[in-house]
Ligand binder design. Structure first.
Ligand code: NAD
Length: 502
């Protein structure tokens, strides 16, 4: 007889039910603060993905034809349930990801903003009408659901990023299948339960847990119509190419190296606060984290002094304790990768002002902790600048002028976000106009747009054209249709010429 697993199993959500029967492969889900496995997650094969697609196919006619008012009701009900369960979501996120519970609460709040926007679906799905485009002829446009949409999401925002996709997708009348990160999969099942309780028909939302096998099955499934992806750049590139080859609409958001330019006229205390908050919040595991500072002119010395001073006051520890500032990184593999970069940076000649390798957290000795790390005098050739580290490692580069700083950002392959700290309106305006990124902050270090704008980068940070959530999300998850209609009482007669509008 097969021995029962020692840890709980996190399953899929198929046709309105949690399922893990017949699963042959599982992945480990860690408690990153304690450095131990806390659960195992089922890995879907092609058959599991196919059953999620079949359930969605069955639900699609019903959900897509549900009236706009009723669909809005379901989303309003979901919004209320997410609000009621906000603390539970934050606790789950913190326990599997490792981020501080208050940071996780922020993630839930930003997810709610996107649901708020999606609740406005009756207004957002209005078409346009032009009367009398020709004699007795009117033309109007409508936006209809795309069909079965799938989302593949990263570990770093296990609650917010799935909501960025599924809220607008469902609002537009689509069915949605989520393949969450295998590192922190549990929030997906709470989302599924709350959607079901809110009145979404079974099958309209499904969860397939897993790895590349599940992703590939979604990318190549003939009945999946659209793919949304958020994750690292190499995988985003692969997703974009493979999904497009299989005839799907696709948006694939990739990695980032976000710069913050600090001008000599900036409020350096505010800039230092912003650098520390955005560089080390969530242990640097945010796609919009500032990972590279560019100090212009003589800003560098006084700025670095302030940053070092603030780093000395940060409390690193378990995410459950809201008094801590920074938790562990997500897995032992992530920890080893980041430690490797710190070693390389020191070898490559950067000045290591704060070394996070020595951090020890009492009572959590096995946790995947790395303390806040700061390098100065970094050059563009060093690996700590060239690569996305995705950990609590902030680097400082120096630049003589704003023009040089903008040029540095522009040759960087990524283009997610960039910020400038200055008191000069002219410098800020030049920066926002010229910099080649999708999201710009002026005295704001992490300029993630509110839910009624849209989120997306440029260059290697986004493959595809439409951004996530907000108005762009509604465009991605709908197909345009234009109707030209003639209603009149008499027959206009035969005319073999090409129709004109006069
Ligand atoms: P990741 O690319 O490793 O994984 C993302 C998703 O892809 C997961 O669901 C994973 O299971 C799947 N995946 C992994 N390898 C795959 C493969 N070979 N084939 C098919 N699917 C595969 O990313 P991650 O480590 O979970 O998240 C961190 C990355 O995500 C960082 O690079 C970060 O910058 C990026 N990110 C970007 C944004 C953005 O908005 N641009 C937002 C959040 C995170």
């Amino acid at each position: 007889m097969k021995a029962p697993p020692l840890v709980r199993t996190i399953g899929h959500f198929l046709g309105g039910k949690i399922a893990d029967d017949g699963t042959a492969r599982f992945g480990d889900v860690y408690d990153p603060a304690r450095g131990r496995v806390q659960a195992r997650v089922a890995f879907a094969d092609e058959a599991v993905v196919d059953s999620a697609v079949r359930a969605a196919e069955e639900a699609f006619p019903k959900w897509s034809r549900t009236t706009l008012g009723r669909r809005a009701e379901v989303l309003f009900a979901f919004r209320e349930r997410v609000r009621t369960h906000a603390a539970e979501f934050a606790r789950i996120v913190s326990s599997e990801h490792g981020k501080i519970v208050t940071d996780a609460q922020g993630e839930v709040a930003r997810a709610l903003e996107v649901i708020d926007f999606a609740c406005g679906l009756p207004h957002l799905l209005k078409g346009e009408l032009s009367e009398s485009v020709s004699g007795n002829v009117d033309t109007y446009s409508m936006r209809q659901p795309v069909g079965i949409c799938a989302g593949i999401t990263p570990f770093n925002f296990p609650m917010m990023v799935p909501i960025w996709m599924l809220a607008p997708a469902l609002a537009c009348g689509n069915c949605f299948i989520l393949k969450p990160s295998e590192r922190d999969p549990s929030t997906s099942l709470l989302v599924a339960k709350l959607l079901q309780e809110s009145g979404l028909p079974d099958g309209a939302f499904g969860v397939v847990q897993g790895d590349k096998v599940a992703v590939d099955a979604l990318l190549t499934h003939p009945r999946v119509n659209a793919i949304s992806f958020v994750g690292s750049t190499p995988i985003a590139r692969y997703i974009y190419r493979t999904a497009a080859e299989h005839g799907k609409r696709v948006q694939a958001l990739g990695g980032a190296k976000n710069h913050m330019v600090v001008m000599p006229d900036a409020d350096l205390d505010a800039a230092a606060d912003a650098l520390v908050s955005s560089g080390y919040g969530s242990a640097g595991q945010r796609c919009m984290a500032i990972s590279a500072c560019i100090s212009v002119g003589d800003a560098a010395e006084p700025l670095m002094r302030r940053v070092v001073d603030r780093i000395g006051k940060l409390r690193v520890g378990c995410g459950e304790d809201a008094n801590n500032d920074m938790g562990p990184v997500v897995t032992p593999a992530a920890r080893n990768r980041i430690l490797g970069y710190i070693e390389n940076g020191a070898k490559e000649g950067a000045t290591l002002l704060c070394d996070g390798r020595t951090v020890r957290v009492a009572g959590f000795e096995d946790g995947f902790f790395i303390g806040p790390t700061l390098f100065d005098h970094v050059t563009p050739q060093m690996s700590i600048y060239r690569d996305e580290i995705f950990g609590p490692v902030l680097i400082n580069m120096r630049s003589k002028t704003l023009e040089d700083a903008i040029a540095t950002i522009d040759v960087n392959p990524w283009g997610n976000g960039a910020a400038i700290f200055t008191r000069s309106g002219a410098a800020a305006r030049k920066f926002q106009t010229e910099v080649q990124v999708g999201m710009v902050g002026v005295n704001v270090p992490i300029p993630v747009p509110v839910g009624y704008y849209s989120f997306g980068g440029w260059k290697a940070s986004l493959f595809g054209d439409l951004h996530l959530y907000g108005p762009a999300g509604f465009r991605f998850y709908t197909r345009g249709k234009v109707v030209t209609s003639r209603w009149h009482d008499s027959n206009a007669g035969m005319n073999l010429g090409f129709p004109t509008h006069r």
